[in-house]
Each structure stands twice: as C-alpha cells, then as structure tokens.
Design a protein around this ligand. Sequence first.
Ligand code: ZN
Length: 302
Amino acid sequence: MLGRFSLGLLFCFLICAQAPAQDAAYQDHLASNTRKLVTNLRPLLRPTLQAFEASILDDIDFRIVPDLIYQGLARRIGGKRVVIIYSGIPFMMEVLSNSMFVGLQGKRECYERHLKSSLETFVYNSDPNHQANKRPVFHPAAYANFELSCAGAEQIFANMDARQRQVVADFIQTSIAAVILHEIAHHVLGHVDNPPGPGMSPAALERSRQDEDAADRWAIRKLLEMKMSLLPTIPYLLMTAALTDYTLEAERASTHPLGARRALGLLDNIAVEVNKIDPDSPVVGQVKDFRKVLNNITSPQN
Ligand SMILES: [Zn+2]
C-alpha cells in the first residue's frame, strides 16, 4: 500500500497500454503523469533528507521527455544538475505492472510468458542497432492473440475493480519513483560530479558498478523511509534485470553490473533493509518468492 503516496488513477491500463507506443498523445500522457509523480514525490522525500541532500534536490532540474527511450539519466548540463526521464520508462512500468497483475490473478503461465516476451522486446528495442526496426510490445490482453495461456486476460482487465486498479497503479508509480530516486541518488552521492571516468579500465568499471549499487541502495532506503511498500518495485527490478546492460544510462550501460545479478542484489538489499526495520515484515518472504521468479525468467535456458 502506498497510502500517503497516491496520485489517483493517473495511469491508464487496458486502453492506453494497447495504444501504439509511438503515438504522440500517449507519449505526452506518460510524460505528463511522470511529471506529476516527481511533483508529488518531492514533499515526501524532503523530510527524509539531510540539509545538504535537500539543497541538492532543490537544485535538480527534472526533465521528462516524451520519447520512447528506456532511459533515466543524472547529469550536469551547463553546470546545472539535471535528471532526465524518458517516457519509455513509464511505458515499460505500465506494461510490466499489467503483467504482474495477470500473475496476481492466478494466470501464472501467461504472466511469466508475457513478462519474458516483453522484457526480451524491451532489450531488443534498446539495442542501438535496432532503432529503425523496433518491435511492438503487447498488453497482456492483446498478447492473448499469440499466447494461449493468456486467453481470458482481456476479461480480467475488463472486470477490474477500484482496488485492483489501485494495486496496478501502485506498481507503476512506485517503480517509476524508484527510477527517479535512483537518479537523484547519483546527484546526492556525488557520482555526477565525480564520475568514474570515461575509460573502460577495470578500476573505472568497478567504480561504476559500485556507484550503481549505491544508487539502488539509496533509492530503496528512501522508499522505506517514506513508508512505501517495496513490493510494487518489482517492475523496476525486472527492468533493471533486463535492461541494465543496454540503456538505463546509455553512456555507462556497459559498465553497469550484469542486469540480473544487479536485480538479485537489489532484492537482497531490500531484504536486509526491511529486516533492519521490521524483521517480521511479510516483505521478507515476498522478496524470497520473487527472487525465485526472477531467477526463472532471467536465466538464459528458459
Ligand atoms: Zn544509475
């Protein structure tokens, strides 16, 4: 439950996710909702920050770009602190969250197959060599046209009640929030001003991996301090698992830890952080379960 962090039903589900991803109005819709998310996240984040961190947050210019690129970036541009989120990020979160919902409704095979197919398509589309020839990504309901195990998924979405819509909205919003926090972390932790260097030396690679891990840990800790549930960050973890080596931060993509390993590491960090705060939290068990799913869908032999 997000509780204090509800933005209403800002993201749409069945209809929007079936709209062509390249549709300009749809890109604008994704970008505009992500802007609202940044606005609503700020006052929740601020009280958890030390004074110097808060002043860094105030300096950041958030640029939400309606373009279907699967990227978030933290940079200094012209001396100014900038975080750039492309609308490919909320698009991925919508698709993956809808997939999670199908799984929560008991259609396990459809869920795993749709997740795997969507993630593979995101990776394919992220490859710089495939920019002119991107593949379509399908909503789970539309995926039923190709995948027998997804038969009936359309009814599941057509019959969603308000609570179920909120569950999916929580997945989408919390996962986008995790990306935003990860990029803020690069500013707060000094990575933007002290980059590991452009070289691909083993030392620079190692520094970069450490920076990514530190930014992930910071983001997770902030979500916990804002009293947000970590379970809805699963789409973020999936995206991390699939795309880290491609595009999350394109210039340093190849220096990120191997995607699946980074996502599994993130899950372990979540378990550690949650355990510090509440050892009896159901999240500890949920993380263990999800670790198994993540292993299944990211292992190459599947
Ligand atoms: Zn990063």
